[in-house]
Ligand binder design. Structure first.
Ligand code: PGA
Length: 250
């Protein structure tokens, strides 16, 4: 039985004031969330404050990006061992915004995936197709190539200490959610692809759906057999909305 998991990706949003309010709101509503793991991923600079505000709350902290190196002359970069040092447990990697805007190719995302695990953290590895790729029937090939980059570099066993997030690019921040059936189809494909290499790992790995998840559509998505929770962008910036999504997962 896989434990449901909900991760909030705050992206480049918030201020000291708004993040304080958001975190206090989430923390105060936590009692109503049963049986779901929760992660929040603030921008780097707010991580220490959020770690403090969420101390012994059971909510884990993730980062949104990482360097592929651990230490050295890499101006402006932040490493996995530093993130671990300040209290992070997870890092989002391969997000479509980083793939599209910051040069995170399949190979680069795989190297970051390795760096996250070397630093003692768990990758939340994002995969997903663009609308054009979906319309031309390439969804499975695109997702498979994204997964393959990691498996070729590290072996399938590396997926054991990771979470996968299927996020169709056309559904991110657009208000257009994949239907539960569309999402389930790809989740089943991902699990099946892993199962061909390691059945036990495939049964165990959490695969989250991301892309315009809201409290209103969360329950239906999360009730699909291969959807184990969500990676939430916009709706994770509202404490009540986020808590309702977490409740739908639990
Ligand atoms: P969204 O973003 O929920 O705002 O669509 C999801 C994501 O980018 O992880």
């Amino acid at each position: 039985m896989r434990k449901p998991l909900v991760a909030g990706n705050w992206k480049m949003n918030g201020s000291t004031e708004s993040i304080n309010k958001l975190v206090k709101g989430i923390r105060s509503g936590m009692d109503s969330v049963k049986n779901a793991g929760i992660i929040v991923c603030p921008p780097y600079v707010y991580i220490p404050a959020v770690v403090e505000l969420l101390a012994s709350s059971g909510i884990a902290i993730g980062a949104q990006n990482v360097a592929k190196e651990q230490l050295g002359a890499f101006t402006g970069e932040v490493s996995a061992c530093m993130l671990k040092d300040i209290g992070c447990q997870f890092v989002i990697v391969g997000h479509s915004e980083r793939r599209a805007l910051f040069g995170d190719t399949n190979a680069f995302a795989a190297q970051k995936f390795a760096a996250i695990q070397q630093g003692g953290l768990t990758p939340i590895f994002c995969v997903g197709e663009s609308l054009e790729e979906r319309d031309t029937g390439k969804t499975e090939a695109v997702v498979q190539a994204q997964l393959e980059a990691v498996v070729e570099l590290l072996g399938v066993a590396a997926l054991d200490q990771s979470v996968i997030a299927y996020e169709p690019v056309w559904a991110i921040g657009t208000g257009k959610t994949a239907s539960p059936e569309q999402a389930q189809e790809v989740h089943a494909f991902i699990r099946g692809w892993i199962a061909k290499q390691d059945k036990a790992l495939a049964d165990k790995i959490q695969i989250l759906y991301g892309g315009s998840v809201k409290a209103a559509n969360a329950k239906e998505l999360f009730s699909q057999p291969d959807i184990d929770g969500g990676l939430i962008g916009g709706a994770s910036l509202d404490a009540d909305e986020f808590l309702n999504i977490c409740k739908a997962a639990g």
